[in-house]
Write a protein that binds this ligand. Structure first.
Ligand code: HEM
Length: 401
């Protein structure tokens, strides 16, 4: 028997580890540390996307679509094999950066993720395949496969053009974009739709199709926002702006449905899940707005040259939207207990870190007065976030005991 709770606790364990690594990264701006900054960034980002989010999401996908398909034994092998590759990355990246072992483990991870996609596409029972939520999930896992062109290309680019080539940066952005805007975001929408379906709420076929095509056209075309740093032909700006508008259109349909069905949803969705989902929804609305604002030549130029803006945008999406929505769904499926204290600390820590990074990024752009010791306070705010995540993790163990 597969213990979903155990799998989810492993995912939460990674969440704590990435928060620890995140604090270490922030500490670099305050003091000297005996590590290589870039190596810690590599391990932090790999464990975040592939440890925490991938493990959390694939557990939900297996539970929703595959648990009755008779592949629990094969899936268990795959799960532990995948975990071995994540641990391999965890113990190689911080010490060697991109080198033999970390490359071997990340390649094995990619292969394991392809096997997961194969299981998902082949073994989902036919009766579930006609669901709207399945259609979204199928697209989400294809985005995951598509994103992996990035790492494969990176290998070729590093050995031919070198890591100072613009193609190197574009390959990383390609991977990141199709991971979080494609695979994660579309899969999270799929989970929401599955919850709707389980509670008797369905989008009409016409509305679903509108939502589906606007969302996915948006996912593909918003990639152009990631290449605006190259100051390309004006056509790319037009495509980026169109994509951002398409996505706003898609989420207007979804938000409209949520508002329409709010009394049914309030009955079926636990209060804590609802609060976190509303918070994630707010972060999504801000993401959609900044995406549009950042697609114009003047703003794109300011943002792409400002690392603080880029990192604050990415973490707005990762911590505020994706991690929060994922935690809410894990709570909905009763695998995670949410502590109110941890939730409040999380939101405060998140808003503080985001405001401080954004302010630091804005100091030069808007000639704002320098805040004394801003990097120190940013580290402290990150510690608050780490405490919230660690609290959430320890709370599971306490509740289980
Ligand atoms: C306490 C929480 C966190 C802190 C303090 C933190 C901090 C940081 C810092 C300082 C960087 C380095 C930026 C750079 O110099 O390039 C970074 C990068 C990154 N973080 Fe986090 N992070 C946290 C949580 C997360 C989470 C939850 C995720 C995803 C689910 C995430 C994903 C990433 C990714 C993908 C990068 C690499 C970005 C790039 O390559 O440009 N982080 N983080």
């Amino acid at each position: 028997m597969i213990s979903f709770k155990k799998h989810v606790h492993i995912a939460l364990g990674y969440f704590v580890l990435i928060a620890i690594m995140g604090v270490v990264l922030r500490l670099f701006a305050v003091t000297d540390l005996p590590f290589k900054y870039r190596y810690i960034v590599h391990s932090h980002s790999h464990i975040a996307l592939l440890g925490w989010v991938y493990t959390g999401l694939t557990t939900i996908l297996y539970y929703l679509y595959l648990r009755k398909s008779g592949i629990s034994k094969k899936y268990t092998y795959l799960f532990w094999g995948t975990q071995a590759t994540i641990l391999g990355m965890l113990f190689s990246f911080p010490f060697t950066g991109y080198a033999l072992f970390s490359i071997i483990f990340s390649t094995l991870f990619l292969i394991a993720s392809y096997v997961f996609v194969f299981f998902f596409l082949k073994h989902t029972p036919e009766n579930l395949k006609s669901l709207h939520s399945y259609k979204l999930m199928r697209t989400a896992v294809w985005f995951m496969v598509f994103s992996s062109i990035g790492p494969w290309a990176l290998g070729i680019i590093m050995s031919t053009l070198g890591n100072s080539s613009p193609w190197y940066r574009n390959a990383i952005y390609f991977y990141l974009h199709f991971q979080y805007n494609g695979w994660f975001l579309v899969a999270l929408c799929g989970v929401l739709l599955r919850i709707f379906e389980q509670n008797g709420i369905t989008l009409s076929q016409k509305n679903f199709e509108r939502f589906y095509y606007l969302l996915n056209a948006g996912v593909v075309l918003t990639f152009f926002i990631s290449i605006l740093w190259m100051q390309p032909h004006w056509l790319f700006y037009m495509l980026a702006i169109t994509a951002a508008i398409l996505q706003i259109g898609a989420f207007c349909i979804l938000f409209g449905k949520i508002l329409w069905e709010r009394s049914v949803l309030q009955k079926h969705i636990p209060k804590q899940t609802g609060i976190i989902l509303k918070f994630a929804g707010f972060c999504l609305a801000v993401k959609l707005t900044t995406q549009l604002m950042g697609s114009f030549p003047q703003t794109a130029e300011i943002i792409s040259g400002n690392m603080d803006y880029v990192i604050s945008y990415l973490h707005w999406v990762f911590i505020g939207l994706i991690s929060a929505a994922l935690a809410a769904f894990l709570h909905y499926f009763k695998w995670v207990f949410l502590s109110n204290t941890a939730m409040i600390l999380y939101i405060i820590g998140f808003l503080l870190t985001e405001s401080l990074i954004f302010y630091r990024g804005s100091m030069n752009v808007f000639n704002l007065p320098a805040l004394p010791d801003i990097s120190f306070w940013l580290t402290m705010a990150s510690v608050l976030l780490l405490l919230a995540i660690a609290w959430l993790f320890i709370y599971q163990l306490k509740k289980r005991a």
